[in-house]
Structure formats: C-alpha cells, structure tokens
Design a binder for this molecule. Sequence first.
Ligand code: IPE
Ligand code: IPE
Ligand code: MG
Length: 251
Amino acid sequence: MTSANSASDTTGGDLRIPRHVAIIMDGNGRWAQSRGRPRAFGHSRGVEAVRATVQAAGDMGITQLTVFSFSTENWNRPAEEVGALFDLMGRYVRADLASLDKKGVRIRILGRRDGLNDDLLRIIEDAETRTQDNTAFQLNIAFNYGGRDEIVRATRTLGEKIRCGQLDPEVIDEDVFSQALDTHDLDDVDLLIRTSGEMRISNFLLWQAAYAEMIFMDVLWPDFDGDHLRKALEEFSSRNRRYGGLDAGAA
Ligand code: IPE
Ligand code: IPE
Ligand code: MG
C-alpha cells in the first residue's frame, strides 16, 4: 500500500508503519483497583506492558517510541504513589538496560532532571551514555515530563544563548526551536495512542504531536500488548493525513 504522505512513514506489508509512536500509558490505577489491589500493583504490571510493547514495536518496524511514565502533574498524587513510581522507573531501567543495549536500543529520558534523586539520576545518565551509539531503535521515556515545561525550558536555553551573544533571535525558526527541545534529533510524532478510554493529551508532547494521528483505546495499560499495537497501526493506516493540504487528486 502506498500513501499520499509516505514521506513520514514507511510501508510494511498492508500496514503503514509510523516512524514515531507515542503512548500515554493510562489506566494502571483502575486496573489494580478493579482487582482489589493497591494502585502500585497496577504500575508494576504496567512495566510488563512496556516490555511487551517495546518488543512488539521493534518487531513491527517502528523505530521511535516515546512512553509517558510520569508527568509534571503527577506530583499531585500521594507521596507513597509518587515514591512507588520513582522506584519502579529506577528498577525498570536497571533491570532492562543490558538487554535493551544488546538489542541496539538507544535510550533517552525526556523531562525535568530536577526533582529526581541522585540514585535515579545516575541510573538515567548511565542508560543514556551506555546506549548513545545504538541505532536500531529509539526508546524515549518521558519521566517528570510536561509539554509546557519542556517548551519553557527550551525557551530559556535559547534566551541564554541570545544573552551570551551566541544566537541571533532572527535565526530562530521551528527547526532551531525543535533542536532546543528534549526530543532534538527525533522525528515528530506520527501516532499518539492513549489507553484507558480518556480522550485528552494531558500535557504530553504538545509541540511534537502537532500533526500526530490520535488513537484512544479502551484497554487499561497493564492489558496492552502487541495485538493492541497492531490494531492501532491498522487504524493509523486507514487515516488520511493531509497536513493542511488536500487529498491527492482533489485539486
Ligand atoms: C497511568 O496510570 C500511570 C501514571 C499516570 C503514572 P494511572 O495511575 O493514571 O491510572 P488511572 O488513570 O488512575 O487508572
Ligand atoms: C497522564 O496520565 C500521565 C501519564 C500517563 C504518565 P494521568 O492519569 O496523569 O492524566 P490525567 O490526570 O487523567 O489527565
Ligand atoms: Mg490516569
């Protein structure tokens, strides 16, 4: 199948494969509570879904995956839950780093670094450094991430450069601005998936998802697997991305 906008996608059999998929992994708490278990149990089962999804995404030919695992607004949750999420993040990266590295996965953590403890900072920095030359697959974990916060930090970075005389404001365009974001060097998001039935963006990748196709799925995150990802790709393949233009042949 060829698409009118294949510039941003590659073709894989009947499916059009998005280059960059972003997922708002939502519904862990409801998944646990419906089983009479604490919310943290849902988060820890959610890690299994992350593992399955990274593997499935690579198998399907997706090359960039960004998962939302802790938002700047998630600090509003009870300290105990925040602690459990931090703990899980560190444990996941530590446990999976060697196997991800072996598979050629490059890891990047998007988001604010302040607010992270020294232990987690070390784990994150180690993962990024160790995998920086890998090229098979890009895994971004948005942790302590907010889209507005990212845009404000990028603006400050550019402002500092202007103040030091390293940057002429006249040269700032969308490309220059993109390079100041946490996602510098990555493609824009082609497909944004949110699980749990909620239909909102919750401050995720506000800049990068400007023209993303959005798919909202009723599944709770711990139940998400390769079959759900495939269904999302089927739906994505049927979408007509126009980027403000017209359908091929409509002019
Ligand atoms: C997503 O699941 C994980 C995070 C936001 C950290 P939730 O914890 O939001 O689960 P629900 O939405 O309350 O079910
Ligand atoms: C979004 O989910 C953040 C993550 C998945 C990490 P939330 O559960 O925090 O979003 P809201 O509060 O329902 O919008
Ligand atoms: Mg939620």
